[in-house]
Design a protein around this ligand. Structure first.
Ligand SMILES: [Zn+2]
Length: 167
């Protein structure tokens, strides 16, 4: 059985005890931008915050792209979140290659270079990545100045968060 078929079976069980009040419009309090890495999936536990309070935006890295900025603007202005937490982590897969290397590798292995150069937003240093993200988000004119924007690195070995301050 494929994992997707297994998931469909799991959903049938889930729906049996589903709380229909969950269908009401959400009212998250904080936007969290984090990596697609599965080790960051249990954010209510990692942050000790209720699931309903978290508006989670996930990308590889994470990278604060134009799309992510748009999502943050919607999160603040439409959904009503009032704080932004940028959550990077140690041991990120996006530090294990460069965009150029991956473009080259995939062009060769597939025999089709037409999508290159794709932007994968690889990076080397999580601290520097976090500082750039803070700057990008903080300087966006549609993110209100009274919304706190703070960046952290999650240590995958200890489970602890470390704040990255702007220099
Ligand atoms: Zn990652």
């Amino acid at each position: 059985m494929s994992i997707i078929d297994k998931a469909l079976e799991g959903n049938r069980t889930y729906a049996k005890t589903y709380d229909p009040t969950m269908g009401k419009p959400p009212a998250p309090k904080i936007a969290v931008v984090t990596c697609m890495d599965p080790r960051l999936s249990d954010l209510p536990a990692i942050l000790g915050l209720p699931r309903a309070d978290l508006d989670v935006i996930r990308t590889g890295g994470p990278a604060v792209t134009e799309d992510v900025l748009g999502e943050l603007v919607v999160s603040n202005s439409v959904l009503g979140t009032r704080e932004i937490l940028l959550l990077n982590h140690t041991g990120c897969g996006f530090t294990t290659f460069t965009d150029a290397e991956l473009n080259e590798k995939l062009s060769a292995s597939t025999g089709d270079p037409s999508p290159a150069p794709m932007r994968f937003f690889s990076y080397k240093d999580p601290e520097e990545n976090t500082r750039e993200q803070i700057k990008k988000v903080r300087s966006h004119p549609w993110i209100a100045k009274d919304v706190p924007v703070r960046g952290f690195i999650f240590d995958v070995d200890t489970g602890r968060l470390r704040e990255v301050k702007q220099v």
